[in-house]
Design a binder for this molecule. Structure first.
Ligand code: RP5
Length: 166
């Protein structure tokens, strides 16, 4: 049963969305992915959103570019948490997508990550699932510890480079 459903407005969004897919795979989280457009296939967007909870989905990631209404439309039809991923797909460098997603009216929130912030969309979905999954929670602790160790390593390298050049 897919715990996370990823929807994207077009298959042209897939190269960016792949980041979230890779994160979910690395944590062993079941997911499904679909191309559904708020504008080109609005009936399908409504049907998907209305049925997602009953099909076992816990979190939805909605990726879209330009006038990016997909996350908001999905959120309108479900009580599941929706993470919106703004795609940089026009001459506005993704600012259009970001504002279309983040400026939701009161009552219909979507948790919007940064432009092309695909990895963060995946990590946030895992964090939501980890609220009721101890193994995922432990995996996230390790993920953060590994990240901190990598930064420490970079700092050590910087210190060495500075002293070597004095
Ligand atoms: C949005 O329009 C999609 O999410 C995509 O980012 C953008 C362009 O779509 P295509 O014209 O490439 O299908 O709806």
């Amino acid at each position: 049963m897919a715990k996370v459903a990823i929807v994207m407005g077009s298959n042209s969004d897939l190269p960016v969305v792949k980041g979230a897919i890779d994160v979910l795979k690395s944590f062993g989280v079941d997911f499904e992915a679909h191309v559904i457009s708020a504008h080109r296939t609005p009936a399908k967007a409504e049907e998907f959103a209305k049925n997602a909870k009953a099909s076992g989905v816990k979190v939805i990631i909605a990726a879209a570019g330009k006038a990016a209404h997909l996350g908001g439309v999905i959120a309108a039809y479900t009580t599941l948490p929706v993470i919106a991923l703004p795609i940089k797909s026009s001459f506005m460098d993704g600012l259009d997508s970001l504002l279309s997603m983040v400026q939701m009216p009161t009552g219909i929130p979507v948790a919007t990550v940064g432009v092309n912030g695909s990895d963060n969309a995946g990590i946030l979905a895992v964090q939501m699932l980890a609220l009721s999954d101890e193994k995922l929670s432990e995996a996230l602790e390790k993920f953060k510890a590994d990240m901190a160790a990598a930064v420490d390593e970079k700092d050590k390298k910087l210190q060495k480079e500075l002293y070597d050049n004095i």
